[in-house]
Design a protein. Structure first.
Length: 292
């Protein structure tokens, strides 16, 4: 029939357009949105191939299984088996993650996420080993999300968020509630998962405090971060630097240091008195700096 070939071509063209649209949206997305997209894709995979996803990508409480499947110390953070679980994690990640990028770099975001997942996963395995309790496999991004949540709360504890039906709530209060809920879960059957959350929280807090002292405890993770930066097609700050060895380049470095000092002063002011204490000029300066 003459119309069949045309219809097939139209369908193939529509599929190609959809694929290109998804690819374009991913390319233009922020690092937070890219992590969210990957989590959603992995969730769909987990739903379709549940047994395979659990067996090969979830984190077992057995140390022997961890040695056999070392990738599971990270892959578990992208495996969700329940819709409500991934929905809660990704809502928090979207709002808190984008706030995080106003005060930290993309590379630091990935450090917090992946190292938070690793520390949370190791806490889970260690707890299962020491307590001799049977724990189901660990899956979900909660430990990674908690590391980011607590990390930014430690940076700007007095920053206030406007919540519908509730009003203004400071960030440290929300983070504290999030951590307390994990502590309450220690008495439940999911105590191993709660330990993972608390491991991520502890890491996020310590990492931020060490950064404030000038020590980046996630520096060793740089090679892995570079791999994921390539995967997410993020632009490395090194690629943005032009290779000019002139006095002009030296002056740019001096300006950059001056800008960083001003940003640090503004962040300190937020930490002490809250975001609303900033002047209009300071808010605009911080906003412009966050867009660079």
């Amino acid at each position: 029939m003459p119309g069949i070939g045309n219809n097939t071509s139209l369908r193939d063209g529509a599929k190609l357009n959809i694929f290109n649209d998804i690819k374009l949206a991913y390319t233009r997305a922020s690092i937070v949105e890219k992590i969210i997209y990957i989590n959603i894709a992995c969730f769909l995979f987990s739903v379709l191939f549940k047994s395979f996803a659990i067996n090969w990508f979830a984190l077992s409480s057995s140390t022997e299984n961890l040695l056999v499947k070392p990738w599971s110390i990270i892959s578990y953070a992208f495996i969700h088996l329940r819709f409500i679980h991934i929905l809660g994690n990704l809502i928090i990640l979207y709002y808190i993650g984008n706030l995080f990028l106003d005060f930290f770099t993309k590379k630091q975001f990935l450090n917090y996420y992946f190292l938070g997942a690793i520390i949370g996963g190791l806490s889970f395995v260690l707890y299962s080993f020491l307590s001799s309790k049977f724990s189901p496999s660990l899956a979900g991004a909660s430990a990674a999300v908690t590391a980011i949540f607590v990390g930014i709360a430690a940076k700007i504890p007095r920053y206030a968020l406007q919540l519908r039906f509730i009003g203004s709530v400071e960030l440290w209060v929300l983070a504290a509630i999030w951590v307390v809920l994990s502590i309450l879960q220690l008495a439940s059957i999911n105590s191993g998962g709660a330990i993972a959350h608390l491991g991520g929280a502890a890491f996020g807090f310590i990492y931020t405090k060490q950064l404030e002292k000038g020590t980046d405890i996630g520096k060793w993770f740089e090679n892995i971060i570079n791999f994921f930066a390539t995967l997410f097609k993020t632009t490395s700050t090194n690629n943005l630097k032009t290779v000019y060895k002139s006095k002009k380049n030296t002056s740019k470095k001096d300006v950059s240091k001056s800008q960083q000092r001003k940003i640090d002063d503004i962040l300190d002011k937020i930490g002490k008195s809250g975001y609303e204490s900033l002047s209009k000029e300071e808010k605009e300066y911080l906003f412009r700096a966050g867009k660079k």
